[in-house]
Design a protein around this ligand. Structure first.
Ligand SMILES: [Zn+2]
Length: 198
């Protein structure tokens, strides 16, 4: 589902939740509660991702499935993906935040709107890739249809040096940079286009 209006809606929903989590963390950062505050930040970031990401996964799967006449229930896979991914991403956020603060950047600068938008964009991109991969796997198993992905960048000014060369390439090329597909880096909004293998 590279449709931008859909992904923007999901990104916005995650941003709202993340900004609440960031504000709570900044409000409570007194030293005696420091450890607990970090733990709560991690939990809240994971919860923000877990709230929205299963829907993105399922939507992406449904769109790709419909294109190939396959109706499939991927809710169990979406839940499993989200459980792992939300924890991994939340601990990465805590780690990078702690690192920035330790080098002197104030918490309000690290945990602001830009960070929230970056996390949201990256997570939505990853969930789209994962949801589509789930459907691609199912099509192969249930219908013996092999669909193969091609990398697509947004092709605007924001496309970075990492992704620009991947545009139009297949897994044998982009896989060397980003084996599971987009995102190749934080803030990546690339997507995969699938076609039936000839
Ligand atoms: Zn990209």
């Amino acid at each position: 589902m590279p449709d931008l209006s859909d992904r923007n809606k999901y990104e916005a929903a995650i941003v709202v939740l993340l900004l609440q989590a960031f504000a709570a963390f900044r409000a409570e950062g007194s030293l005696d509660k420091f450890q607990a505050a970090w733990a709560r930040l991690q939990e809240a970031v994971a919860a923000a991702i877990a709230e929205v990401i299963p829907k993105v996964f399922e939507d992406a799967a449904a769109v790709l499935g419909a294109e190939h006449d396959a109706e499939s229930d991927v809710s169990a896979q979406a839940a499993a993906y989200t459980a792992t991914r939300s924890q991994e991403s939340a601990s990465r956020v805590v780690w990078t935040t702690a690192k920035s603060i330790s080098t002197g950047t104030p918490p309000e600068e690290v945990l602001g709107k830009e960070k929230a938008e970056q996390i949201a964009a990256t997570e939505v991109t990853a969930a789209i890739s994962a949801g589509e991969a789930a459907i691609a796997g199912m099509l192969l198993v249930i219908a013996n249809i092999q669909i193969v992905p091609t990398w697509h960048t947004e092709r605007d000014k924001k496309v970075c040096q990492i992704c620009a060369p991947l545009n139009g390439t297949g897994a044998e090329v982009y896989g060397r940079v980003s084996p599971s597909g987009p995102p190749a880096h934080p803030n990546c909004r690339c997507w995969l286009d699938y076609e039936v293998a000839s």
